[in-house]
Design a protein around this ligand. Structure first.
Ligand code: COA
Length: 386
């Protein structure tokens, strides 16, 4: 499928004949087939295609949550056209505290799976697609009469190709560091850590969101602050992906999706997921147990929180070993969390990523003069990844 264009007849990257469009079902499958070479190596091809289709139907993605985009020629017909580049956007909820101090719930779009057919690479097509997309996403899926959908204030992505490519188009790189913990087989059961299962997560996510709203209302400075809402659907999206992958790789899926210690008001808890990028026995697979969200409710650096965090991380390390991940990663820890991690005396390494998963944000803002440099991205943890 897709017409073959001789190299001499390829359109210029700035050509008016190029436009952003949506793939037909056949074209979607064609893009998945092509990009399986980049992102499918943990699964056999059929399973990868099945996963991509499955992920269009999970709660966060269904009902137009996910949109597939392609760069094509205006004159060509669907199912018979060259696809120069492709990507997806995923609509998410976010909270923004504006420079004027107003708290708003708005939508934002996470961009993922940016891909160019190898035979058309290096000709500016991915760049053209993204430039067009940046404009379209400003108003995409805005619904003036639906609460929380009236505005889109930013789009974001996680670059695996360094900081420059997307920054040149306006997606500014934000701090992208993590703490990496090695595997430790065998859970240390000290009796006070409770594993979290899916059924526990909705209440925790709602509690989390309520606190985020309160904390944004207390922000003092006059810069816009953004927070991707770590809601249940976002966590579930990661977990359904994880369950699909582990179902294929292990014939079963893990029920422990995090861990919690303590009583409300001074609890410490983490929600996590396992992600697989390559063969289970591949030394360089990068398969990782990610802490999606870590909450220290009273935000204190003290002995109780140190011991609570230690128990949670030890359970994460044991789970990572059991599910054949290579390490545990905790993205963008706050200064307090760094202090607590240090106090646990657990073996760990701090990594400042330069080329992969670079959190990047384009600000559409509420005022023309506002710049992305003014924006503070809070809670920039792994749960936001897409
Ligand atoms: C990245 C990709 C989408 C670029 O597509 P493209 O149509 O060739 O992109 P363009 O022609 O618009 O731009 C090419 C630029 O991308 C840069 N680029 C491409 N691959 C890169 C990589 N792996 N690392 C860093 N930069 C890269 C090129 O250096 C070039 O930069 P320049 O214009 O400053 O010379 C394409 O190479 C691809 O599909 N790669 C595999 C999937 C992937 O890595 N996607 C990105 C996920 S974040």
């Amino acid at each position: 499928m897709g017409s073959q264009i001789p190299a001499t007849a390829l359109p210029d990257r700035d050509s008016h004949s190029l436009r952003l469009s949506h793939p037909t079902y056949q074209e979607k499958v064609a893009t998945w087939l092509l990009n399986s070479k980049s992102w499918g190596s943990a699964l056999d091809l059929d399973s990868y295609l099945e996963r991509e289709e499955y992920l269009t139907k999970v709660p966060l993605a269904r009902n137009d949550g996910v949109t597939h985009w392609i760069l094509v020629d205006t004159t060509a017909s669907p199912d018979d056209r060259a696809i120069y580049a492709s990507c997806e956007s995923l609509r998410k909820r976010s909270l923004v505290r504006t420079a004027e101090g107003k708290l708003k719930e708005v939508i934002c779009h996470g961009i993922g799976s940016v891909f160019a057919n190898p035979k058309y690479r290096g000709k500016g097509y991915a760049g053209r697609m993204l430039k067009d997309l940046a404009l379209v996403l400003r108003t995409w899926q805005i619904e003036k009469n639906v609460s929380g959908r009236e505005e889109c204030m930013f789009s974001f992505l996680y670059s695996d190709i360094g900081k420059n490519f997307y920054a040149n188009m306006g997606w500014q790189p934000f701090p992208s560091s993590h703490i990496s913990f090695p595997l430790v087989a065998g859970a240390v059961d000290n009796g006070h850590v409770k594993p979290l299962v899916c059924e526990d997560l909705l209440a925790l996510c709602e509690f989390d969101e309520e606190n985020i709203r309160k904390s944004l209302q207390n922000v003092k400075n006059e810069r816009p602050h953004v927070y991707l809402v770590p809601d249940y659907e976002v966590m579930q999206w990661h977990h359904l992906r994880e369950d699909f992958m582990t179902g294929k790789l292990f014939g079963k899926s893990p029920t422990t999706k995090g861990a919690i210690v303590g009583e409300e008001g001074s609890r410490v808890w983490a929600i996590w997921t396992r992600a697989y990028y390559g063969p289970l026995d591949g030394a360089e697979s990068g398969n990782t147990l990610y802490i999606l969200r870590l909450i220290v409710e009273d935000e204190q650096v003290n002995e109780a929180n140190t011991q609570a965090l230690k128990s949670i991380l030890e359970l994460a390390q044991a789970e990572a070993a059991e599910w054949r991940c290579q390490h545990v990663a905790l993205w963008n820890p706050t200064e307090n969390v760094k202090g607590l991690v240090g106090n646990t005396k657990l073996d760990h390494e701090s990594v400042d990523r330069q080329s992969d998963s670079i959190a990047s944000l384009m600000w559409y803002g509420s005022k023309d003069h506002e710049k992305v440099d003014d924006v503070e991205w809070l809670g920039n943890e792994k749960y936001g990844w897409c």
